[in-house]
Design a protein around this ligand. Structure first.
Ligand code: HEM
Length: 275
């Protein structure tokens, strides 16, 4: 059977099966993320306190189970794909210095930050919120830490929504454009420039969402995260900065090579050069 021949090599059947599992778990995770941000949060703001308490107890609780385990599975299948491709072994430095490796590194770093936000911030904070809502349903006062925990979770969730837009682009870009597009063969200089843009932008957004740059209500958080419409716009702005700034401007097009006897420069495409 073709699926077993080859099975465990790069590009073989096993990698295909893991890609399938990766995208299935990825859509489950990000689908629920968008449900929380675009549907649940605005709807809960309009529910009565009693209805909201019941919804946290019966609906949010279940949704969060699928959400966090889908995030874990997406992360694990993604890392396994890198392993099957043998990109985590001795070829690590070569792969991640190239166009394909740089693209997947950007997608995977964004995905990994999102995964850590789910387990380290959102889930921890939502446990406080749900316990407090359940306490109120049982006639208690609720936890005074609830409002703070809800704000923390909301900021991290909006940061994940923002990141999901460039994350998915670079996830797909890796095998479908970075490798065949006529981008320059990366050299140390351009890569350092592109990575600098990536690190500064991503670190700023994450640290801000965690409240480490002047609190959870600093100017950026309010502008980008208070309304989900603004979060979506910010996601596309960040994508444009990373893609046009990092890839089109800094990495840029492949050098043109003059053909002998002809002074007109022609682009050497991957297909022409057999690469
Ligand atoms: C959590 C960290 C993540 C890691 C480490 C990771 C890693 C990877 C890797 C290694 C690939 C294969 C790249 C290639 O060689 O073509 C990939 C592809 C892909 N990933 Fe992720 N990923 C992560 C999160 C996500 C998320 C959240 C989604 C959301 C749906 C996602 C969707 C995809 C898609 C659609 C592909 C493209 C499959 C293809 O074009 O064949 N990934 N990812």
């Amino acid at each position: 059977m073709v699926i077993f021949d080859p099975f465990t090599d790069t590009g073989g059947g096993l990698e295909m099966l893991f890609r399938w599992g990766h995208v299935l778990s990825g859509i489950t995770w990000i689908g629920l993320l968008y449900f929380f941000n675009f549907v649940q949060t605005p709807a809960y703001a309009e529910l009565s306190p009693a209805a909201r308490g019941e919804a946290f107890d019966k609906l949010t609780w279940r949704a969060l189970w699928w959400f966090r385990w889908a995030a874990a599975l997406t992360f694990l299948t993604g890392v396994t794909i890198l392993g099957i491709q043998k990109n985590l072994g001795p070829d690590f430095a070569d792969y991640f210095a190239g166009k394909q490796g740089t693209s997947i590194a950007w997608g995977a770093i964004l995905g990994t930050i999102m995964f850590l936000n789910v387990w380290g911030v959102i889930w921890r904070a939502q446990k406080v919120v749900i316990a407090s809502e359940r306490d109120k349903l049982a006639g208690g006062e609720g936890d005074p830490a609830q409002a703070g925990a809800a704000k923390k979770a909301a900021r991290a969730s909006r940061a994940n929504t923002l990141f999901s837009i460039p994350m998915l682009f670079f996830m797909l870009f890796t095998s479908h454009f970075a490798i065949v597009g006529n981008y320059a063969d990366p050299d140390g200089g351009v890569m350092v420039g592109a990575w600098a843009i990536f690190i500064v932008i991503v670190a700023f957004i994450e640290l801000s969402a965690l409240g480490l740059l002047g609190g959870l209500d600093n100017f950026f958080n309010k502008a980008a995260f208070d309304k989900h419409r603004n979060t979506i716009i910010a996601g596309f702005v960040v994508w444009a900065l990373l893609f046009f700034g990092g890839w089109e401007l800094i990495i840029g097009e492949q050098d043109t090579a003059p053909v002998s006897g002809d002074t007109t420069p022609v682009s050497v495409t991957v297909a022409e050069s057999g690469g």
